[in-house]
Design a protein around this ligand. Structure first.
Ligand SMILES: [Zn+2]
Length: 183
C-alpha cells in the first residue's frame, strides 16, 4: 500500500494545475519539475512505496546560489522502475543502496531560501516567494527509468521550455496514495 509522503502536511495537499507548487508551473524564467507539499520545517518525510535508494546528495547550497540554504535530496527507485525524488530535505535518514519500505522515514522537510540574502536583484520568482513568507515544503519529482542530469535543471526547476521526456507529472501518483486512506 502506498503512503502519502508527508504525514503532517497542510490540508489540500496537491496544488491544482497551473497554481503555485503544481507540476510544470510556469515561473516566468523556469518551469517547476515536481509538486510541492507544504509542511513545517522538520516534518517527517516517508517513502511512498518500497524501493531502493539509488542516490542521496546535496540539492541546494549557498555555494551554488547565494540565497539558498543547504538541503538534500533522496532518489528512490520503485519496483516498476519509477524514480521518486524527495527534495528540499533538511537531513537524510537513509543511505545509497538501502532498501526502504513504504512509510519508512527518509528525512525531514527543510527550507531552501535564506530570505535575508534575497535582494532586489534576485529573480522575480524568488522575490515573490519571500513576499509570501517563504514556506517550507517537500519538493517531489517523478521520473520514468532515469533522471536527466542537465545544465537546464537547477533546484527543482527546468530552465528551458522543452520538458524532458521522462519527467512525469506526479499528481496522479500522489493522489493514488490518498485513495488508500493513508493520509
Ligand atoms: Zn518544488
Amino acid at each position: 500500500m502506498k503512503k502519502w509522503p508527508v504525514p503532517n502536511s497542510y490540508c489540500n495537499p496537491i496544488s491544482s494545475s497551473g497554481s503555485p507548487g503544481s507540476f510544470w508551473e510556469n515561473r516566468i524564467d523556469r518551469y517547476h519539475c515536481g509538486v510541492d507539499i507544504y509542511a513545517l520545517p522538520g516534518s517527517d518525510v516517508i517513502s511512498i512505496e518500497s524501493g531502493c535508494v539509488v542516490r542521496t546528495e546535496e540539492f541546494t547550497s549557498p555555494s551554488k546560489v547565494p540565497y539558498w540554504n543547504v538541503t538534500y535530496n533522496v532518489l528512490v527507485e520503485t519496483k516498476r522502475g519509477l524514480l521518486c525524488r524527495y527534495a528540499e530535505l533538511r537531513d537524510v535518514a537513509v543511505n545509497t543502496g538501502d532498501r526502504v519500505k513504504a512509510g519508512q522515514l527518509i528525512g525531514h522537510v527543510g527550507l531552501v531560501l535564506d530570505t535575508a540574502k534575497i535582494t532586489e536583484t534576485s529573480p522575480h520568482y524568488i522575490r515573490k516567494i519571500k513576499e509570501n513568507g517563504s514556506p517550507s515544503m517537500l519538493h517531489f519529482e517523478l521520473w520514468d527509468t532515469r533522471v536527466v542530469d542537465s545544465d537546464c535543471y537547477l533546484g527543482g526547476n527546468w530552465f528551458g521550455s522543452e520538458k524532458p521526456q521522462n519527467l512525469l507529472d506526479p499528481t496522479e501518483y500522489l493522489e493514488s496514495t490518498l485513495e488508500t486512506g493513508s493520509f
